[in-house]
Ligand binder design. Structure first.
Ligand code: ATR
Length: 272
């Protein structure tokens, strides 16, 4: 019988994870099936329990359940513990091993796909919610010269810095404090694009040739990427590469194999 995996979310119908993992499985000759499961908002745990009763081996967890997945985990990787959120679960007998592959997915996309090493660079991370926290540790571990978390509610950015006291390059502030500062890489981890809104970024935050990166993706440019273009960013990227790279890291966590992400990302871009 094929090994069973799934992505669980609400909503989940739009998820590209089944396409991506089926492509990885074909490429690496793995006998698995991968489903998309819609969990009712109040029934995440019950949905997981039912999936495990069908001998399910692992799941990807997406909006809005990453925090619940963290609590559901009986063991967590160090990066999941620091992220405070779990996007990947592996079931091993009674154990539910929780991991978080979002940060590694972002770093791999930035450094390998987009050719933007983080070491020594000035990085601005917009947003201080779950999405921002989920990626912080792997980004900090690459040694940026500065990593500034900027948030509409400045106190949340300052608070988030306290989770990573061993990184002196990390700092938190509100948007007005960015006046006169510029960055090599600006990452949008806010949910503002969902409401077609824009965080109040002052002009001048994009250094010459800077990369503007939106963790969201969709058809065409997001509002943040449109703003970045008018403010002189040198390179624009959406979160599709991060999606594929976090999936590859999850696949490795489950199967111990690393798929080649390039053809999968190229195929998704052709369809978009
Ligand atoms: P997620 O899990 O997607 O990170 P979240 O924890 O609700 O969701 O966090 C959403 C983030 O987007 C927050 O940093 C939020 O700023 P506040 O902490 O000030 O609420 C940010 N955000 C949402 N809408 C925004 C907007 N219109 N402008 C700027 N920031 C916005």
């Amino acid at each position: 019988m094929s090994d069973l995996y799934a992505v669980i979310g609400n909503p989940v119908a739009h998820s590209k994870s089944p396409l991506i993992h089926r492509a990885f499985a074909r490429q690496t000759d793995q006998d698995l099936v991968y489903e998309a499961i819609l969990a009712p908002l109040e029934e995440f745990e019950a949905t997981l329990d039912a999936f495990r009763a069908r001998a399910g081996k692992g799941v990807n967890v997406t909006v809005p359940f990453k925090l619940e997945a963290f609590h559901y985990s009986s063991l967590r990787t160090a990066r999941a513990a620091r992220a405070g959120a779990v996007n990947t679960l592996k079931f091993d007998g009674p154990e539910a091993l929780g991991d978080n592959t979002d940060g590694v997915g972002l770093v791999t996309d930035l450094e390998q796909n987009l050719g933007r090493p983080l070491a020594g660079r000035r990085v601005l991370l917009m947003g201080a919610g779950g999405a921002a926290r989920g990626v912080l540790l792997p980004v900090l571990e690459r040694g940026p010269a500065a990593l500034v978390i900027v948030n509409r509610t400045a106190a949340r950015a300052v608070e988030l810095c306290r989770v990573f006291p061993e990184f002196p390059a990390l700092d938190g502030c509100g948007y007005e404090a960015l006046e006169g500062r510029s960055f090599d890489i600006v990452i949008n981890a806010t949910s503002a694009s969902l409401g077609d809104q824009l965080p109040p970024l002052p002009g001048g935050v994009f250094a010459t040739g800077a990369l503007a990166y939106d963790m969201m993706y969709g058809k065409g440019l997001t509002p943040f990427l449109r703003l970045a273009r008018t403010q002189g960013a040198g390179q624009l990227a959406d979160g599709l590469g991060m999606l594929v790279e976090q999936a590859a890291e999850s696949f490795h966590f489950w199967r111990g194999l690393r798929p080649d992400t390039r053809p999968v990302l190229e195929a998704l871009r052709r369809e978009a």
